[in-house]
Design a binder for this molecule. Structure first.
Ligand code: MN
Ligand code: MN
Length: 337
């Protein structure tokens, strides 16, 4: 990673990328006005040669959903909801945009009725972000979009440690004879050699299964699961987080957040809700505890604005993006290998 110019001095300095790319000043342009972008950041679809650290990308695709659709509308809804995102994270003590230059890179070009074309476009677009020397945080989209993202990530960083918030393990084999949908990305990623089970950590898993044998694959692959009962045993939760830190070390990590990991009371706008989950506060608090890890990518998926009320779920998505950026900015305070 590149070292950043210090922002603690008061001397005038030439414009740096972090100064060039700032959220719009709300006192000059009110938060409810203008064209919506993620966190009111500049829209920079051509991010090459711009010395940008993080590109936020929308992936408006829900062709991999098996129940309620609507996640294709999430990037727009989250852009709207993120108008209230601010700059400084008091919990991590970090000013995101003093540490990182971040832009809204627009949306991946999807084909709403062709999954493989969409996957190809996602992988290519995220690879472009990587070639520009930046990291990508994407806003899905259903969870099927994780697979092409991981293909791009693997090309750049090899096998990462994956941390997944979800009610589901997403390790199904197929549905209606189809191998690719939002219930299979983890299994496909393991089969393609993009992930190894021992470096996958799933948090918030719960709910009935079709058959007991659905858990066999998880065990065979050595995937670590902190189910919702264990999540509420604080000692087990802390041990799980310790295990993540131990496994990941300073190696690359990817954070994938399926909003149905959160209870539908706190995230009603989603396609495959499962009652009895964590609150939005507990989710955010747990994400913050991942500080110190080296995140090379992240996504928020499965927000379906069609089923949302009062922007509850979109606001959560927007808050999560800010927390992910904060984790990346927090790490940039110290030299990153
Ligand atoms: Mn899920
Ligand atoms: Mn999922």
């Amino acid at each position: 990673m590149r070292s950043k110019i210090s922002t603690t001095s008061h001397e005038p300095k030439p414009e740096t990328p972090t100064q060039r790319y700032q959220p719009k000043n709300p006192l000059k342009s009110p938060r409810f006005g203008d064209v919506a972008t993620f966190n009111r950041l500049p829209y920079v679809p051509d991010f090459r040669d711009q010395d940008i650290d993080v590109v936020l990308l929308g992936i408006p695709f829900d062709g991999g959903t098996t129940y309620r659709p609507g996640a294709r509308f999430a990037p727009r809804a989250v852009r709207e909801a993120s108008a209230l995102n601010r700059n400084f994270n008091p919990n991590l003590g970090v000013h995101v945009y003093e540490k990182l230059s971040v832009v809204d890179g627009g949306d991946v070009s999807v084909n709403p009725i062709h999954l493989q074309t969409t996957f190809k476009n996602i992988e290519e677009h995220i690879s472009e972000v990587h070639r520009a020397g930046a990291r990508c945080i994407s806003i899905g989209g259903d969870h099927s979009v994780l697979l092409p993202d991981l293909r791009a990530i693997h090309k750049r960083y090899g096998a990462v440690t994956l941390i997944q918030f979800d009610a589901h393990t997403d390790t199904a084999d197929s549905a209606w004879g189809e191998k690719y949908h939002h219930g299979t990305p983890i299994r496909r990623a393991i089969e393609e050699g993009l992930l190894v089970g021992s470096k996958i950590f799933q948090i918030g898993i719960r709910g009935p299964l079709t058959a007991a044998s659905q858990e066999d694959y998880i065990r065979e692959q050595g995937i670590h699961v902190l189910d919702i009962d264990q999540f509420y045993e604080i000692q087990k939760r802390n041990e799980f987080l310790d295990q993540i830190r131990k496994t990941a070390g300073q190696g690359p990590c990817y954070l994938t957040f399926d909003v149905d990991g959160v209870d539908p009371a706190y995230a009603p706008g989603t396609g495959t809700p499962v009652v009895g989950g964590m609150t939005s506060f507990e989710a955010i608090q747990t994400v913050r505890k991942l500080q110190g890890l080296r995140f090379v990518g992240a996504n928020v998926v499965e927000i379906s604005p069609t089923y949302d009320h009062a922007e509850i779920t979109s606001l959560l998505g927007a808050a999560l993006i800010f927390e992910f950026l904060s984790l990346m900015a927090h790490e940039s305070k110290s030299p990153v290998v």
